[in-house]
Write a protein that binds this ligand. Sequence first.
Ligand code: B12
Ligand code: SF4
Length: 458
Amino acid sequence: MIDLRMIYPSRYNETRGEELLYSPLALAYVARHTPDHYRITLDDEYVGEKVDASRLKADLVAFSPITPGITRAYELADELRSRGITCVSGGAHVTALQDEALEHFDAVIAGEGEGPWRELLEDFEAGRLRKRYFGRMDVSLDDLGTPRRDLIHENYEYPSVMTSRGCPYHCSFCYLTVFPHRKYRAIPHDTVLADFDHVRDYPVVVVTDENFMGYGEEAVEDRKILLEKMIRRDYGFYWGCQTTVTVAEDHELLDLMYRAGCRAIFLGFEATDETALKEVNKRQNLGVDYPKAVRALHDHNIGVIASCILGMDAHDKDYPQRLIRELREADADFPRVFLMTAWPGTPLFDRLEKEGRASRDWDRVRKDMPSIRFKHFTHDEIVRARAEILDAFFNLSAVSRKVARWMMKDRSILRLFIRMSFRNRVSERIKRLRRKKQRPVEARDDLLRPPRGVTSTA
Ligand code: B12
Ligand code: SF4
């Protein structure tokens, strides 16, 4: 038997933050493609597990870091390798910055992991490990299989399920742009349904496809067939997913989504003005009437979470107030507001780095912390602006109005919303109020100190 340790490295314990806790799937999928003579154990630092590299015993360690977890991965790998343990890593960050990663890992797996993984293991066993492996993102998913759910930590509140991979668009800020040969592909229905069967006892499931509806008639037809199969299986859970605003144009699709249990869609508004949308190449949103799109989803009793990015170059000092007005007009159920973040390997990162405005302080490259140099805001200003926008929607009267709407219209949606966001935001607000009365937050070894001037990661 070969001892394989898998690690999600993180300096942040996400169970203490505002982030919705839905499970990562990368290593669970990779584990499905690992031969039986490997004994796999998985440590997940997102949910509070701590890896002690000085004592860890394994023949091979496989990391799956995202950008804010990469320095933690490097720290662990440096120590493990000094003890003679082979360390490898995959994921978007190492795909983008392979040379940086190879200073700390024995090998990197760029792109989609399942394909090259078996080859890497064969090479490892034969003692001929290469430095770079690469998995294209346009290969068939027919043999993907389901993720190994037995390896997912029980602390995750919501299980994630993927029904497709990839997205055909090219938004300049999106981490997906680091993967070459990228293509939208549906996972075979039988595989998806077997995976939904595994999580059927949960009340809420998060579908973490990059873009659930895909693109083009063929993809949409495939979605409809999948949804009909889900309806026939009569799953009891509610689910939410993320997709583009064009979903609002297809009433048959929305009807099927509702009947299959969908109660919330994260719609990528990103920005409400054309200049900003063009700036980030979000062309599919140009000319979209957001209030009309939201009405269409509400007509089908599906709630709308409007995802917005704050801090594009086109966003001047008046933008936060304008955004509040426009979000109210659109009448989405609530917004999620992220700060413009430059992930390495994206067109946005390349541009901002040339302009001296991107950050390589990876620990702080998160969507809830300011990391780039904004054109019109200082870091303190943008953090305040984000809090103002969120407070405009997460206050008693605004929340009561939404609750009243769904009480009259469709109560099933309330449960989902209360679980998924109001609870997080309300508890975050209480924490912030408490903190105002107390001294500033101190650094803890398991929770990074927020950047100067930031009293909350919210
Ligand atoms: C579930 C999830 C979470 C979970 C778990 C974290 C995780 N990384 O999965 C939680 C809720 C904790 C979380 C939190 C955050 N997340 Co998150 N999350 C996701 C989400 C929705 C799904 C991840 C997933 O399972 N994907 C499916 C798998 C199959 O794809 P994959 O991860 O790319 O893995 C494939 C390849 O990359 C490769 N691969 C990856 N790892 C490995 C390892 C090996 C050994 C091999 C062989 C291959 C391999 O093979 C895999 C299979 O093909 C993604 C968006 C998305 N749809 O991917 C964002 C995403 C990963 N999150 C992101 C971010 C920024 C965050 C936060 C920092 C949010 C914030 N507040 O700013 C926090 C904090 C995380 C932290 N502690 O550092 C970014 C990361 C960007 C980047 N460049 O790193 C993403 C991409 C979303 C986005 N666009 O902003 N998140
Ligand atoms: S539509 Fe969404 S998933 Fe697709 S490229 Fe743009 S941001 Fe990324």
